[in-house]
Design a protein around this ligand. Structure first.
Ligand code: BG6
Length: 468
């Protein structure tokens, strides 16, 4: 039996950056596809009117370059503004009144985590939780204990199936393709293990800094901001066993197992860096210890992956913006041809951004005398066209009650267990120059001393809007 659709959307944080950058365009996309013919309440503390909210939505959608007049009219006809303090009961009384006859609202908490509990209790005490669903933005907690405490509050008022822990990476088409590509093909699985895989590198490089998010970012640092969630989620999709069945829980069960096999990080195998000039950013503590770069080695204790190093690296102000997975395969067991032992080994590359690419790196004989070869890259996929933007996909799924692309509580807890040792016992901070690949210490972490450089092959094509 399919779950009933939500019949209203309430989003907290309507005046915030996330709403401007991603949520309004997603709402217009939902309106354009007929998925939002219901009241949409934006909630924030600003002294705004309904017209101000509509003007902000329009400015956001225009800035994203996706304005569609008809869809925007459909959206704005349903938009309402609730001005309120998140700690004040009158805010929730007004939300309930504005919801009118809606009985299954979806509440989306796009607000700082310190406000989650107020909002969840406020909603529940004013009859907005019954029959409702809740979408919680990342980060889900600051560590294992706070994630568990947040879960306890949520579970007092919402059933697990009505709680949606959002990680927008899971809504990205190329991230979903990791799972699809692995299990829709027969040729990959037989070699996707410790017998054939030498190592896996996951790089999330951003050429920009913290974009005015100083105060929030300074409380997080790269490990909480992107490693515990986006990058470990990607790792789980690469490492998981084939799910048994197609239902959302089968996939989430297999992912949960992959998370549990990840060994808690060893602080000696984690390098933290901060770019020069970070402490001068607005909102940042002048003595800040927050890392804007992290590189680490992850061990996976499973039969499939034992001994295969998984290297993860993420940072701000790096030379390029690119996110990619690079899987290096082992060399052939015998050097039948003289060039093979010195040539680059085979690889599988999943480029998630700026362009989308799945590439198999092979060797083939070069024409002519002698047995000398050259690298031949086979493209299995290049650029996703007409993809649904992640927030549109995820909010649409949550309104239908589909949990597949959301993080389950066991996975969230397991991922906090993985990073917890370095939150408690923080490795020393190294400085690096903006525009470099982070501190030198990161190179000493990786076997051979050289990380795969995604910049070497980045195409000049602009990122497809839908992957953002
Ligand atoms: C967010 C992080 O979750 O993801 C940001 O808070 C980061 O620091 C962003 O820049 C990257 O997302 P995307 O979709 O632009 O790759």
């Amino acid at each position: 039996m399919s779950a009933p659709r939500s019949d209203a959307l309430v989003f907290f944080g309507a005046s915030g950056d996330l709403a401007f950058k991603s949520i309004f365009p997603a709402l217009q996309g939902l309106a354009a596809t007929g998925q939002l013919d219901m009241p949409v309440l934006g909630v924030a503390r600003k002294e705004w009117t309904r017209e101000d909210l509509i003007a902000r939505a329009r400015a956001s959608i225009e800035a994203a370059g996706v304005f569609q007049p008809e869809a925007f009219d459909r959206l704005s006809a349903n938009l309402h503004y609730v001005k309120g303090d998140y700690a004040s009961p009158s805010t929730y009384a007004e939300i309930r009144a504005r919801l009118g006859s809606a009985r299954r609202p979806l509440h989306y908490l796009a607000i700082p985590p310190s406000m989650f509990e107020h909002v969840i209790r406020g909603l529940a005490e004013h009859g907005c939780a019954n029959g409702g669903r809740v979408v919680v933005e990342k980060p889900f907690g600051r560590d294992l204990a706070s994630a568990q405490a947040l879960d306890r509050v949520l579970h007092q008022y919402f059933r697990e199936r009505d709680i949606f822990r959002i990680d927008h990476y899971l809504g990205k088409e190329p991230v979903q393709n990791l799972l699809y590509f692995r299990f829709a093909n027969t040729f990959l699985e037989p070699i996707w293990n410790r017998q054939y895989v030498e190592r896996i590198e996951i790089t999330m490089a951003e050429s920009f800094g913290i974009k005015g998010r100083g105060r929030l970012y300074d409380e997080l640092g790269a490990i909480r901001d992107v490693v515990q969630n986006h990058l470990l989620q990607i790792a789980a999709l690469l490492l998981m066993e084939p799910p048994v069945g197609q239902d959302p829980e089968a996939i989430r069960d297999a992912k949960g197992q992959a998370f549990r096999a990840m060994r808690p990080l060893d602080p000696a195998e984690v390098v933290r860096g901060q770019f020069d000039g970070y402490r001068d950013e607005a909102g940042v503590d002048p003595d800040s210890d927050a890392e804007t770069f992290a590189a680490l080695r992850l061990h996976v204790d499973s039969w499939r992956w034992a001994g295969v190093p998984i290297y993860i690296r993420a940072g701000k102000c790096l030379p390029v913006s690119a996110t990619e997975v690079f899987v290096t395969l082992k060399r052939p067991p015998l050097a039948v041809f003289e060039d093979v032992p010195v040539a680059p080994p085979n690889h599988v590359r999943f480029r998630l951004s700026p362009e989308v690419l799945i590439e198999l790196g092979t060797r083939a004989k070069r024409a002519g005398e002698g047995n000398l070869g050259e690298e031949v890259n086979l493209d299995a996929c290049r650029n996703t066209v007409h993809a649904v933007p992640p927030y549109q996909r995820l909010l649409g799924d949550a309104m239908r009650g589909d949990q597949t692309l959301f993080a389950r509580t066991d996975a969230v807890e397991a991922s906090w267990r993985v990073v917890e040792p370095v939150l408690v016992n923080r490795p020393p901070l190294h400085w690096y120059k903006a525009g470099s690949w982070g501190p030198d210490a990161a190179n000493r972490l990786i076997e051979g001393g050289v990380w795969h450089d995604p910049a070497a092959t980045i195409s000049s094509a602009p990122e497809p809007a839908a992957t953002r």
